[in-house]
Design a protein around this ligand. Sequence first.
Ligand code: SF4
Length: 250
Amino acid sequence: MIKAKSSVSTQRAKKSNPGASGKRGSARSAYSKDEIREIFRRFSVQRPEPKGELEHTNAFTLLVAVALSAQATDVGVNKATRALFAVVDTPEKMLELGEEGLISYIKTIGLYRNKAKNVIAMSRKLIDEFGGAVPKTREELVSLPGVGRKTANVVMSMAFGEATIAVDTHIFRIANRTGLAPGKTPDQVEAKLEKIIPPDYLFHAHHWLILHGRYVCKARKPDCPACVIADICKAAEKTSEMPAPLVPLT
Ligand code: SF4
């Protein structure tokens, strides 16, 4: 009796997280190689040239925008940085502007005081140690104040064309909800996604997943009838078995 009960609850746990099999960190993807390739093939048809939505004018403004976007929306960051980047697009100009000057542009963004402090310290370090240029390696990027692995990955991908996966809240949710790459931490999800995504799809994968999470596989209520991978998806929350028509988005 007890045995049967525990087996039912194990099955329920697996249904709520199809990738779950023991520790989430070591759980495998719930999808076969062919299914994973098909998922990314469809994303590639839907969005042939996916782009990040944070506005920037060069590697430095991208770095600043990504650093400001922690726990904030891209729309909110863009509203604040549009005016800022029109006058400040180098670390030197950022230092001239100073912390209080920067705050006057970004005070609509959450945690703006701390972020302003970091951006000023980051600009100073860029000038002192990197000749005013944004460094290209992850190791150097994460040495900058306020720059974590996610920010470094976004900059490496968008500014320097490296195939990286920057695991944000959307990617973390999709990876676990669908069982594509279950993991307890963003680092675990990142490592798993890098391992399972076919190399030819890896470069655009993080944008595809972010945009899929932002507009379709949303946090509160996934829009499964609008989802191009609905027939493949193994999420317990799925409400449609029919894939949405696969048309390129403009
Ligand atoms: S079918 Fe639903 S739950 Fe699955 S990926 Fe699509 S939107 Fe998300």
